[in-house]
Ligand binder design. Structure first.
Ligand code: ADP
Ligand code: ADP
Length: 234
C-alpha cells in the first residue's frame, strides 16, 4: 500500500554548500492493512520520512508509491487527487480554531467541492465513529487534547483515504488519553482496513498497536522487524 524506494532527502539552505542529509536511500514497504511504526531519536529523520509519503516534502531522489500510484511525478490537481487517499494527523492536531468541530471535519470535503447535504451525510457518522457526535457544534478550544485529536482523526478520514499517516499523534497527550487514541486507531485499522504509518519516539506506542516497526537513525532505516521480535531480547 505504501512503498518508498531509494528515497533520499537533502535540505539545502542559502549560503551553505553542504545540505543536511535528512534521509539516506530509504526503502520501506507497508502492506495493506498493516500498522507500521517508525521509531527513532529526535533529529533521526522521522518527520521528514512521513512527510515524504504525501509529498509535504519532496524527496531529493527516489520514488514514493501509495495505493499503486507513483507520487513524485505528480503536481497540481493530480497530486491533490492522490492526497485524498492519504489522511494525516499531527502532534498538535492542527485544527482551525474559528470553526466548529463539524466544520473542521467538513473542510476537506468542502475543498473537494462536495455538496452540503452530502457533506453532512459523511461528517455525522465520522463524528459518531470517533465518539464526538455530541460535540459537533463546539469549538476546538472547548475540547480536551484527546477530543481534539479525535476531531483531527475524523477530518483525516473524511476523504475516505486508504492510508493514515500519524506524525507523533499522541506525543502531546497524557498516558491515559494516549491509550484511548491508540485504541481508536486500532479500531479504525480493523474496521476500515486502513493502512497506518506512524512515527514516534515512544516505545510504548509501537508496542501497543504496531504490527511491524522500523528503527531510523541518522536518516537511515537501520532495523526492521515484527513488533514481537523487535522487543524480544536476542
Ligand atoms: P525527527 O522527526 O526524527 O526529529 P526530522 O526529520 O525533523 O527528524 O529532521 C532530520 C534532520 O533534518 C535534522 O538534522 C533536522 O535538523 C533536519 N531538518 C529537518 N527539517 C529541515 C528543514 N526544513 N531545513 C533544514 N534542515 C531540516
Ligand atoms: P457508509 O454507509 O457511509 O459508507 P460505512 O459503514 O461504510 O458507512 O462506514 C462507517 C463510517 O466510516 C462512515 O462515517 C464512513 O464515512 C466511514 N468510512 C468508511 N470507510 C472509510 C474509509 N476507508 N476511510 C474513512 N472513513 C471511512
Amino acid at each position: 500500500m505504501i512503498r518508498l524506494q531509494n528515497v533520499s532527502k537533502t535540505y539545502f539552505s542559502k549560503g551553505k554548500d553542504a545540505g543536511v542529509e535528512a534521509l539516506k536511500t530509504v526503502d520501506l514497504h507497508v502492506p495493506k492493512g498493516q500498522i507500521h511504526g517508525v521509531i527513532g531519536l529526535s533529529g533521526a529523520g522521522k518527520s521528514t520520512l512521513i512527510r515524504c509519503v504525501n509529498l509535504l516534502e519532496r524527496p531529493t531522489t527516489g520514488s514514493v508509491t501509495v495505493d499503486g500510484q507513483e507520487l513524485t511525478g505528480l503536481t497540481g490537481d493530480a497530486l491533490n487527487q492522490a492526497r485524498h487517499r492519504i489522511g494525516m494527523i499531527f502532534q498538535h492536531f492542527n485544527l482551525l480554531t474559528s470553526r466548529t468541530v463539524f466544520a473542521n471535519v467538513a473542510l476537506p470535503l468542502e475543498l473537494m467541492g462536495m455538496k452540503k447535504a452530502e457533506i453532512a451525510e459523511r461528517v455525522t457518522p465520522l463524528l459518531e465513529l470517533v465518539g464526538l457526535a455530541d460535540k459537533a457544534r463546539q469549538h476546538p478550544a472547548q475540547l480536551s487534547g484527546g477530543q481534539k485529536q479525535r476531531v483531527a482523526i475524523a477530518r483525516a478520514l473524511a476523504s475516505r483515504p486508504r492510508v493514515l499517516l500519524c506524525d507523533e499523534a499522541t506525543s502531546a497527550l497524557d498516558p491515559h488519553t494516549t491509550g484511548s487514541i491508540l485504541e481508536l486507531l486500532r479500531d479504525i485499522n480493523q474496521q476500515l482496513g486502513l493502512t497506518i504509518l506512524l512515527i514516534t519516539h515512544e516505545m510504548e506506542v509501537v508496542k501497543s498497536i504496531c504490527h511491524r516497526v522500523s528503527l531510523i537513525s541518522g536518516g537511515e532505516l537501520v532495523e526492521e522487524a515484527e513488533v514481537g521480535d523487535f522487543f524480544t531480547a536476542p
